[in-house]
Design a binder for this molecule. Structure first.
Ligand SMILES: [Zn+2]
Length: 424
């Protein structure tokens, strides 16, 4: 196998012009423990140029790999020789990137002309920050904006606080976008901010009663530097950037996986110590200013009862642990809440979610935020992987934003109500 890996690495090195026409996303089906080990080794080879969108964990879960056009034949041959079946999920990544960018340009023009905000479109950081200000102005009786610190590149990090008043009320945390390329999570959070405000204003169930019990804190962009990079880097390919933008020990490989950097069994399974890996955990626990800012904010508040984090893709609703396969003490209740929430979600469009612990449902992941929150006594800790199941992966078309957000809202509302009804 090493020979094939070397061939793939060589081709990736030749592929330096950074054109992505013809990049494929292959869906690979491991059928044995041997297959899983082969795929794991392939993923560990950070020089291969392959971008694992999902990971080899079990024979029940396919592995999606973005393969540069220049490596395509070598990778296909390698998989065939290894008797590992695969199908093509996306046969030209560049086409999707270009279409998405054209849609955004067109939408920005429309928004300028009509002076309105289109929830069915993706927006850059500047536009999202402006949207937040407009929303706060419009609903100043309910919403305030708090700056919780700055990023590595010195951008402000904001949370929206939805509150009907009262000192140190119990609170619910929702964040999105800790992984930069998961654009549907930011877009969903934007829609949610507006929905919570309008439901409150129009006295629509269940928002007034939820906000009677708790404050809601919503962080729409948890990784602003990474998000800006996915929009404004000269190379469309960086649309698929996942990590932060901090400097690492390897000048060629900036960025830390902000969802492996938390003080939750940092350095355990499912996180890499290689700065070039997509799941690089960082040099030390909470080394990343973005993680530290959020952790400090939540700890200094001291009364969070629920922590929810939005990712994509795979359609999963998960609870701790990610660092270990053992059950969390509250697993029965968390599983039941997640199951009911996913049923609520399903009632809108029939979208099917899988429910379980992070470790068993998606992959082992140490240093993740949901574990961190849970280990600090925030019992109702959940991680969502939003749409889809891989047809578009991280490049979900904008015309699915509103339906994704609407169904997600039903699940979030169910969980919020449960939190209010079960004080602890
Ligand atoms: Zn993610």
């Amino acid at each position: 196998m090493r020979v094939y890996l070397a061939v793939i690495a060589l081709l990736a090195a030749v592929h330096s012009e950074e054109l992505f026409n013809g990049d494929h996303v292959l869906r690979v089906h491991a059928e044995s423990e041997d297959h899983i080990q082969i795929l794991k080794e392939l993923e560990r080879d950070v020089n291969s140029g392959l971008d694992f969108w999902t990971h080899a964990v079990s024979t029940e879960r396919p592995v999606d790999i973005r393969v540069p056009h220049s490596s395509l034949n070598a990778v296909k041959l390698f998989l065939k020789k290894s008797n590992i079946p695969f199908t093509v999920m996306i046969n030209n990544v560049q086409e999707l990137l270009v279409r998405e960018r054209e849609e955004m340009v067109h939408n920005a023009e429309m928004e300028r002309k009509t002076k309105s905000f289109n929830f069915a479109a993706y927006h850059d950081l500047e536009t999202i920050y402006k949207f937040m200000d407009t929303l706060v102005d419009k609903h100043s009786n309910l919403i305030s904006k708090e700056r919780i610190g700055s990023t590595f590149e010195n951008r402000p990090m904001y949370v929206l606080k939805f509150s009907t008043g009262g000192e140190k009320k119990p609170a619910i945390w929702i964040d999105a976008g800790i992984h930069a390329r998961e654009w549907i999570s930011h877009a969903t959070a934007v829609w949610l901010a507006n929905r919570i405000a309008t439901d409150f204003e129009k006295n629509r169930a269940l928002v007034p009663s939820i906000l009677g019990h708790v404050d809601i804190y919503l962080m729409i962009v948890a990784n602003p530097d990474g998000y800006v990079f996915t929009h404004h880097s000269p190379n469309t390919h960086y649309r698929l950037w996942r990590k932060s933008r901090s400097v690492t020990s390897n000048p060629k490989c900036p960025g830390v996986d902000l969802n492996r950097n938390w003080d939750a069994h940092f350095g355990g399974p499912g996180a890499s110590d290689d700065p070039c890996a997509e799941d690089y955990r960082g040099p030390s626990v909470q080394s990343e200013i973005e993680v530290k800012n959020i952790a400090d904010f939540i700890m200094s508040h001291g009364n969070f009862k629920s922590f929810m984090t939005l990712h994509s893709y795979k359609q999963l609703l998960m609870y701790p642990y990610g660092y270990s396969g053992t059950d969390a003490p509250d697993k029965p209740e968390l599983h039941d809440v997640a199951t009911q929430a996913s049923k609520a979600l399903n009632s809108w469009h029939g979208t099917v979610y899988k429910v379980g612990s992070i470790f068993h449902t998606i992959e082992p992941a140490s240093g993740a935020s949901a574990d961190w929150a849970y280990l600090r006594g925030i019992k109702y800790s959940f991680a969502f992987e939003l749409r889809d199941t891989g047809k578009y992966g991280f490049l979900l078309p904008a015309d699915q934003i509103v339906s994704t957000a609407t169904e997600t809202w039903l699940a979030l509302k169910y969980i919020m109500k449960h939190v209010c009804d079960h004080p602890y």
